[in-house]
Design a protein around this ligand. Sequence first.
Ligand SMILES: [Zn+2]
Length: 72
Amino acid sequence: MILKTLAIAVVLFIVYIVFFKKNREKNIVKKKDIKYEDEMVECPTCQTYISTKESVLSNGKYYCSKDCLKNK
Ligand SMILES: [Zn+2]
């Protein structure tokens, strides 16, 4: 009976660790996404796809260049 209880406790402990680890890994991935912000977006003026890193951000929209920002 004690062995059975111990076995259940160990299984629960392993399940807890696996879930905890998964959540932590998810959080790390989310943080990375926010940090790098490397996402492909469409320029509203010329419909060219550019990465958010190289884009010009204005009013929540990503433009490929300052020219497109002016000619919007
Ligand atoms: Zn453009």
